[in-house]
Write a protein that binds this ligand. Sequence first.
Ligand code: PGA
Length: 272
Amino acid sequence: MSSQGGRKTIIAGNWKMNKTPAEATSLAKAIVEGVASQFKGEALPEIVLCPTFVCLSEVLNQVKGSPCKVGAQNMDYRDSGAFTGEIAPPMLTAMAVQYVLIGHSERRQFFGETNESVNLKVKAALAHGLVPVMCVGELLEQREQGLTDSVVKEQVVKGLAGIAATDAAKVVVAYEPVWAIGTGKTCETPEANRVCGLIRAEIDSLYSGTNIGAGVSILYGGSVKASTIDEQMEQEHIDGALVGGASLKAEDFLPLIKGGAKRLKSQLVKTS
Ligand code: PGA
């Protein structure tokens, strides 16, 4: 598929620590109904809803028979054992969860996740057939010190360490500058596109000769909203969005799906 290399357009909602099971049910229902009524016959981006663990089952029930998929927000890398409070990959696959966020900046900042733990989890997700959405991004002080590129490259290289090219091709990367998450400060679109392009190039150089960077979906995340999505979805290297705040209400999230659908349409036009 032309310059987009066949990669998927993905609009993912990270509900974070929000919504009771009843609230998650209503939100998933509203999104599923909105998708059914607003996008008749249109090609849709991959829509991924990521509720808390305790709401997975409700959300999975709601999306049955719809184009929406479900992702978890985290997981352990081990299969089972004495790890109180953790959730293992086979538990997610047994529920028919298909995606899992790995190394979200809040996990890195508040729960001690490192590039090494991210790497173990990405490997575990791939081993269990889950699609890992590996999150990377710099802190404000790193950006101010001109360290954005080196920090992001290091996160990509360490996150993918020891992963074969055929598996790396299945990883989704989300570039989320930490200073833009939940702050209302969106990273300027050309800059977001530049860093997403840098991630793509880094993947290509890690797996030189394979050209897999062209097929990897790279999402932008950080205060994505209806007023920013169209411009973001017009960029060469931004294949979708990982959305926090604007994923918590169907009326905010549906326009983002629309933005993804527009990107898809323009790609189909380009290739036909
Ligand atoms: P935000 O969150 O859209 O609220 O900035 C994005 C994320 O944390 O994935």
